[in-house]
Design a protein around this ligand. Sequence first.
Ligand SMILES: *Cc1c(COP(=O)(O)O)cnc(C)c1O
Length: 230
Amino acid sequence: MIRDNINEVRSKIAASLVKANRIDEDVTLIAVSKTKPVSAIEEAIKYGATDFGENKVQELTDKYDQLPNNIKWHLIGHLQRNKVKYIIDKVDLIHSVDSLRLAEEIAKEAKKKNLNARILIQVNVSKEDSKFGLSVENAEELIRMVAKLENINIVGLMTIAPFTDNPEENRVYFRELHNLFVDIKQKNIDNVSMEVLSMGMSGDYEVAIEEGATMVRVGTTIFGDRIYSN
Ligand SMILES: *Cc1c(COP(=O)(O)O)cnc(C)c1O
């Protein structure tokens, strides 16, 4: 049941914040609705979900057209440059920027629509699993270059940790991204604000919150297993 699942995730988020002594802080729950029907999203909205994550442009825009316009949409998957134009004025946050070329395209399309795109830089902390995201070592250089572009604001960092049955194994990666987050924040780079640390999925969001996540991306635990056809 989506209602029970959301409530359970919410209470675990609250408990993790307490455990980490982050009592006055908040974590944004992104309900990852990829492959799930519009009806499932409507149900989640009924039980208080406000933020939804999709990893495919076409799926996001299809759902966007069918759902209320106060939803905050998050593009969490790899984004091809030629598709930026379809989502630029529909998403609240793009989590997956890992190259200057992509950032330039986002800035260009944002300028056309006279808006400021909010983005996260995707970092591949674990150096495995995902072929996307840049290394911790290269993150600052990219951030400094993207910061010079107009119509685009870097507001934080994102990572995808490896899939594991033991969330404790991912603690080191979350800690490392948090360290980078604090590091970059302290450098006070113009046009860069470190407000959002997007890390943690169904299997490991509690550990991610203990390590400083401000946004968690939870799919399976809310909506059930994904069924992929063909
Ligand atoms: C699918 C996906 C999620 C959600 O994964 P679950 O394990 O179902 O919670 C989170 N982040 C990204 C980038 C994803 O692609």
